[in-house]
Design a protein around this ligand. Structure first.
Ligand code: SF4
Length: 336
């Protein structure tokens, strides 16, 4: 447990949390929407500091980040808790723990995390699986140490962090994969229990901070797969983030509270990819359907196959010094 960053005292013993865009007003003895920040006598605490529920060495492709040091290892950590309550959460056993439960996790310090990353020959630390904003204090302390040790830091996030929290960690954050889960307020309200406008604003803030961005949309049949929504997402990315921003369109499978929908047909992902490319995006990837060619990186100028993937595994990488070997086109990203 650690005193939280980003809160103000209100009248009585109430506090206002400023870590994420919900900005919860929390009375003494209560927790915020996320269930991992608690007001104790007018002092807000992070209950998850140093309490890891997951730590693994993953390929960076698993985040997914396809344009950040391809083929490298990323030390991936999480604590329990999330500020969203997505009905289709794929990590619900650790993100959606009861909001008033005891916090479980293995004790780890930032120093231990950085050492594990170095010992595991990782080139980055990924704050992932659940929502990294919810363990901000641990991520911030770890990211600063990681940077000193020569490691990159990457967030895999729902994009609901407050501007002030993002500005604080941005100097140490190299890249982020942000979920843009749909493109209607109705979808965000009913499936995610959050607001689309805040997510869009946050994504633009990430870009303003100079953080490399890749976006992911899990395509759910009948809920967010209309032409209008997919075109809306693609146009938002082109207009606000630039055509070099990778967009991952991923297959949904029935899980948690959303079991009345089928898996996303591969043809739908191909259609989404075509919509993204037609809108001007240069890198659109199909996720969770290995072996269909939609995971490969192709030169946007000469169409040469540059990186061939099967799932999270790179089988061929022809990029030389960050460029296409055939036409010398620079391929955007970090350490390409
Ligand atoms: S981080 Fe948690 S307590 Fe703070 S505003 Fe967000 S949901 Fe509320």
């Amino acid at each position: 447990m650690k005193e939280a960053m980003f809160y103000t005292r209100e009248s009585g013993d109430r506090v206002r949390c400023g870590l994420c865009r919900f900005r919860c007003l929390i009375v003494d003895g209560a927790r915020g929407i996320c269930g991992v920040r608690e007001n104790r006598n007018g002092v807000l605490h992070s209950l998850v500091y140093g309490k890891l529920c997951a730590e693994n060495i993953d390929p960076i492709e698993k985040k997914p980040l396809f344009h950040v040091m391809p083929g490298s290892r990323s030390f991936s950590i999480a604590t329990v808790g999330c500020n969203f309550r997505c009905r289709h959460c794929q990590n619900y056993s650790i993100s959606q723990v009861p909001r008033n439960s005891r916090i479980a996790g293995e004790d780890r310090t930032p120093e231990m995390i950085v050492k594990s990353a170095l010992d595991g020959h990782c080139r980055s630390i990924a704050y992932t699986y659940t929502e990294p904003t919810m363990f901000f204090e641990l991520a911030y302390d770890t990211a600063r140490l990681a940077r000193k040790a020569g490691l990159a830091n990457v967030f895999v996030t729902n994009g609901y962090i407050s501007k002030e929290a993002l500005a604080t960690i941005a100097p140490y954050l190299d890249a982020a994969n942000i979920d843009l889960k749909g493109f209607s307020e109705e979808f965000y309200r009913e499936i995610v229990h959050a607001r689309l406008s805040e997510v869009l604003d946050s994504i633009i803030e990430y870009r303003k901070q100079g953080i490399w961005l890749e976006l992911t949309t899990l395509i759910i049949p009948g809920l967010n797969d209309s032409e209008r929504e997919l075109q809306g997402i693609a146009a938002f990315i082109v207009d606000n983030l630039g055509a070099d921003t990778p967009w991952h369109v991923s297959q949904f499978y029935p899980t948690y509270q959303l079991t009345d929908r089928p898996r996303t047909p591969p043809e739908t992902l191909r259609r989404a990819r075509d919509i993204g490319l037609a809108a001007g995006l240069r890198y659109v990837y199909e996720g969770n359907v290995p072996g269909r060619g939609g995971e490969n990186t192709v030169c946007p100028d000469c169409a040469a196959l540059l990186i061939e993937r099967y799932g999270y595994v790179i089988t061929t990488n022809r990029i030389v010094n960050g460029a296409c070997p055939d036409c010398n086109k620079t391929i955007s990203g970090i350490g390409m």
